[in-house]
Ligand binder design. Sequence first.
Ligand code: SRM
Ligand code: SF4
Length: 567
Amino acid sequence: MTAHSVEDIKKNSRALRGTLLDSLADPITGAIADDDQTLIKYHGSYQQDDRDLREERRQQKLEPAYQFMIRTRTPGGVITPSQWLKLDAIASTYAERGLRITTRQAIQFHGVVKRELKATMQAINAALVDTLAACGDVNRNVAIAANPLQSDVHATVYATAAALSDHLLPNTRAYHEIWLDEERIAGTPEQDPIYGEAYLPRKFKIGFAMPPTNDVDVFAQDLGFIAVIEGGRLAGYNVAVGGGMGATHGDPETYPRIADVIGFVAPHDVIATAVAVVTTQRDWGNRAQRKRARLKYTIDDRGLDALKAEVERRAGFALAPARSFRFDHNGDRFGWVDGHDGRAHLTLRILSGRLQDGTDGALQTGVREIAQLLQDIDGAQLRLTPNQNLVVANVDAAHRAQVDALVAAHGLDTHARATPSRLAAIACVALPTCGLAMAEAERYLPSFIDTFEALLDRHGLCDAPIHLRISGCPNGCSRPYLGEVALVGKAPGRYALRLGADHRGQRLNTTYRENVDQTGIVEALDPLLARYAAERLPAERFGDFLVRARVIDPPRPIAIALQEAAA
Ligand code: SRM
Ligand code: SF4
């Protein structure tokens, strides 16, 4: 059978239905039909296979160990304790390797087999969490400043972002028909006023940042809203467009790009602005070349001024001049933070977001017991951060000590003992589930961070917070191009070593070594860390030092240029 193009599959899908029901009912294979593998993404799931077992199964003449990853749509990563308990039970019943917090504040379940896919989806929806549009050529999970619920402004920003997430959902009952057994609609499928019949040319991502924290890496988003707070009130948002991380090794037509700030909008104009950007990208994006279909390429091909003018035309208003802002970091702050209302918020370090019981502690059990403790506390939440960590949020004074006891008992207290670099490091999933992985990432991070810490120790730098990011391929799911030190997978055990991003998410790093193994990485880093220890200015960060010392020559950071202009 001829494979259909993604554009054809979308257009012929009857509002994302395709033949998914038939695929799920087919008992002969653990896979689904080719076209449905594209469509199921829009429902929040990917067909994968266990790559650790590929060769063995091939030799046994068995089909690959097909399995499904399911990703939630959880704007801002907000989950109530009772929802958490249900998601935790789903992980234990249907999935492998516990729960996985993603870099966009979702939960991923890995290893769900086809015959249990529908039951898993139903269980997720029974927890009042859905997975619609968590993947696919639509707006994805909206990332929102996670930590903490410090003020009314945080709550307002969250509410706006969550409303935008709902507004940009595809208009289809397919999800309810296929997964939730709701009645099938006969005749013409639904019309979609935002996406049309062909959806977007490519995935689309939105993030809301709350300066001074850039935990969402707002300049890595297709569309970013940067909250501007004046006199303690939310004045509006600076709008940033055209961020993105994905690239292909050796292909200069593809590249990571940080977003440009194009203006300022009032809070009530957020949805109109977003719809204008999304529909412009829908109509202007490159549908002939998927690798050049993200908004960042539309902007570079058509020009930023042209895009801005079109967005203003569609929105029906002009963007005001951008206002000044300042980010001081793009990581998470760990430990307890007091909110404005007597409640407190505890950020816990979860290495690579993997919540699973194992040698490092009973992490999954620990969070389950915290959720059990807090399930009757009004407003208590578990918040997923864009750095794959977990905030136990809105804890009243009476429960703090009990939360602390559970944290200590289950090995969830890494934040109290680890070096700043260990706390900041992130890695994408990669092997064994990711079909695109070229090298290990999540499974490499624990041993690499030991090696990295030993290097830091040798140079008296254990207290230096150096952002390390590892991705198993150049798609950049851990946003590695914004790491002060980054490893981007090229082949098993081999990485491109990139250096020199800042720690605010405002400057991309550049390649320092094209293709090195761990020995090569250590040999490259050792003299640079020695120089950093000897020559750094007070409070100077490693990435900034590398630029000042001309070890690397990165592009001028766009966001900083704007800050300077506004100052
Ligand atoms: Fe990603 C594809 C995992 C955040 C850029 N990403 C994938 C897939 C689905 C592989 C595939 O297409 O077969 C990975 C599934 C692995 C697995 O087994 O679970 C995958 N991406 C992830 C997650 C789970 C990484 C993590 O360790 O947390 C993140 C899930 C986010 C979410 O909850 O929605 C994840 N991916 C990102 C980010 C970071 C972000 O969004 O802030 C990026 C870079 C930003 C961007 O989009 O530019 C990212 N993922 C990609 C790309 C490259 C897109 C491009 O423009 O070229 C791909 C490949 C693709 O789309 O063709 C990809
Ligand atoms: Fe997979 Fe590459 Fe994304 Fe890592 S960066 S999860 S290896 S697609």
